[in-house]
Design a protein around this ligand. Structure first.
Ligand SMILES: [Zn+2]
Length: 100
């Protein structure tokens, strides 16, 4: 592995979420009560399907930070694309409406 060191600048697409669930064992503390098992996962989509990646406790903070950086970069990219489009429309006129 050895790729944890560069995590500070990494971008990760997805959302960190906490799942709470029962494990299914009849004699477990979770069976009857409110004390469900919590696991932190990265939710991401791949080819239109949502997938969950279990995150070790020690990696949650870094992955969460990386997803935040990804969202910030994506927002910046979209803003640049919008600005470029607006400039082009200002120069060439607005596009026609698509036929429906
Ligand atoms: Zn359980």
């Amino acid at each position: 592995m050895g790729d944890r060191g560069d995590a500070a600048g990494r971008l990760v697409r997805g959302t960190v979420v906490v799942h709470r669930r029962r494990c299914g064992k009849a004699n477990c503390r979770c069976a009857g009560g409110e004390a469900l098992h919590e696991s932190t996962v990265l939710s991401y989509s791949e080819q239109g399907r949502t997938r969950f990646l279990m995150l070790p406790d020690g990696e949650v903070a870094a992955v969460q930070a990386a997803t935040g950086r990804y969202r910030a970069e994506r927002a910046k990219l979209e803003a640049r694309g919008d600005a470029g489009l607006a400039a082009l429309v200002a120069r060439l006129g607005p596009g026609r409406k698509a036929q429906s």
